[in-house]
Design a protein around this ligand. Structure first.
Ligand code: FAD
Ligand code: MLT
Ligand code: ZN
Length: 460
């Protein structure tokens, strides 16, 4: 049965590159969650929009589910293929298509890695400002499909802000060309935004036109040591009032412990409960303001130590302390929470969450870090070595349900930037109302009437 479908696909789309080796099925069937056993039907690697359309038409005619696949760095199980799906990988569609100096846009195939898009922008003296540690592996298509955030959101916003236009192959194989890179366009619904954060459930993004902006100024990176969680938002306020921040990220001592164990260099002689990594322009006026903010925080007892980068190498070292966390935790296959609340709700939410997790996990290693300047916390729970995986996940699911209740009370989100995928599907209703979920299902039914696009992700 399986073999005949693959042969039929190959015959229907001559020239389509297909992979069916067990090692390939395993490789392309999982993402960074590593919680599900990969079991795709096959991997299709189209080389053109027309091939993507043909594959989708074949899948619809044969009732085969498709999993759109980028760099599979996703942390929510969105790119997992565990039920005989056809993985459609965009990895061969990875080229820059065009640059427009007047519009300040870069048009790319959706499989291009984020880092290559950033470099292409730099070659033209401009910047594509979405940035995070997976830049070398994640794809622009995946970034759009998850509305990826990262470490520059506090200054530049999410991926959504930077998409001037895109092309999407929807569930019947039609090519939707949405967004004409117009600065102004009040001609009805903006369908571009349906594709952003759609997690592959409405179609396959095949091309995108990215907005570019001025390059960032030369910057300094500062690492601050903080005595308490309560100090975090006050320190953010003090720095934000004086400086245009390029980043404002936090990590706990447990996070630092794991990054150091993974080879990073200790920043201070002593350890502290919390740390902030912040970045701002390195001109004289900004440096003066940064020192003033630092002194103000020291005097108020909000900060206990600090270091400012003296070179690019030192700046990179300080960033490694924050950006290296995910890699350093990977061997534990952590249970990840990626939550957000409004900044105004953050102090109360932090206090409640700390109490909740303290009670729930007295024996577990719980690692906090994240984009505190965006109201976005990453709470990673590490499995004790002697605990069975299923028991661990069940325990974490139970606590996430309590966390979701707190988020609901504060009007927060169960997924700030990683997406819902499989991991957070049971908790979608903590963030979206019944009416919203019903409308989302209706939209999917219009764009993907046969229900072949990443079924079972985001909602059932
Ligand atoms: P994949 O994992 O391949 O797919 C993700 C989802 O998008 C799936 O639902 C998939 O079906 C869909 N998809 C992929 N390509 C397409 C396409 N062409 N058309 C339609 N749907 C598609 N995320 C953040 O937001 N901020 C961070 O700071 C951040 N840091 C990270 C650091 C590390 C070390 C790692 C491993 C991950 C990090 N992530 C972060 C998560 C991840 O990198 C992002 O979610 C990224 O956007 C996923 O891109 P991808 O190409 O790997 O997508
Ligand atoms: C990060 O901010 O480092 C990422 O979102 C990755 C993660 O949460 O592990
Ligand atoms: Zn993040």
């Amino acid at each position: 049965m399986t073999d005949s479908r693959i042969a039929d696909l190959q015959a229907s789309v001559p020239g389509l590159r297909l992979k069916t080796d067990p090692a390939d099925l395993e490789h392309y069937g999982r993402d960074w969650t590593r919680r599900w056993t990969p079991a795709p039907l096959a991997i299709a690697l189209p080389g053109s929009i027309e091939e993507v359309q043909s594959v989708v038409r074949w899948a619809k005619a044969n009732a085969v589910a498709i999993v759109p696949s980028g760099g599979r760095t996703g942390l929510s199980g969105g790119a997992v293929a565990a039920n005989g799906e056809l993985v459609v990988s965009l990895e061969r569609m990875n080229q820059v298509i065009g640059f427009d100096a007047i519009d300040r846009t870069l048009t790319v195939q959706a499989g291009i890695p984020l880092q290559l898009a950033q470099e292409a922008a730099r070659e033209h003296g401009l910047q594509y400002p979405v940035d995070f540690a997976a830049r070398g592996s994640c794809s622009i298509g995946g970034n759009i499909a998850t509305n990826a955030g990262g470490t520059r959101v506090v200054r530049y916003g999410n991926t959504r802000e930077w998409i001037a236009g895109l092309k999407l192959v929807i569930g019947d194989g039609e090519l939707l060309d949405v967004g004409r890179s117009l600065v102004k366009n009040s001609s009805g619904y903006d369908l571009r935004h349906l594709a952003i954060a759609s997690e592959g459930t409405l179609g396959i993004i095949v091309e995108a036109t990215l907005k570019l902006t001025d390059p960032p100024p030369p910057t300094n990176v500062m690492l601050l040591a903080l005595p308490s969680f309560d100090a975090l938002m006050q320190v953010f306020d003090a720095f934000r009032a004086r400086l245009q921040l390029q980043a404002f990220e936090f990590l706990t001592d447990r996070a630092l412990h794991h990054v150091l164990a993974h080879g990073a260099q200790a920043p201070f002689a002593e350890t502290h409960p919390f740390y902030v990594v912040t970045e701002f322009a390195s001109d004289e006026a900004s440096e003066t303001e940064a020192l003033a903010a630092f002194e103000q925080c020291m005097e108020a007892g909000l900060v206990s130590d600090g270091v400012i980068s003296q070179s690019d190498a030192q700046a990179a070292q300080l960033w490694r302390l924050r950006e290296g966390i995910t890699e350093s935790l990977a061997r534990y296959v952590p249970y990840k929470n990626d939550v957000s609340v409004r900044l105004s709700a953050m102090p109360a939410f932090l206090a409640e969450t700390q109490a909740l997790l303290g009670d729930a996990y007295p024996q577990f290693d719980v690692v906090w870090f994240g984009h505190i300047g965006d109201g976005n916390l990453h709470i990673n729970v590490l499995k004790p070595d002697d605990m069975v995986q299923a028991e661990f996940v069940a325990d974490c699911d139970r606590v996430t349900r309590l966390l979701a209740e707190r988020l609901h009370a504060h009007g927060g989100s169960i997924s700030a930037e990683h997406g819902i995928g499989l991991v957070k599907k049971p908790y979608l209703s903590s963030t979206r109302s019944e009416v919203e979920i019903a409308l989302m299902r209706g939209i999917k039914a219009v764009l993907d009437p046969a229900g072949i696009m990443n079924p079972g992700k985001l909602f059932d």
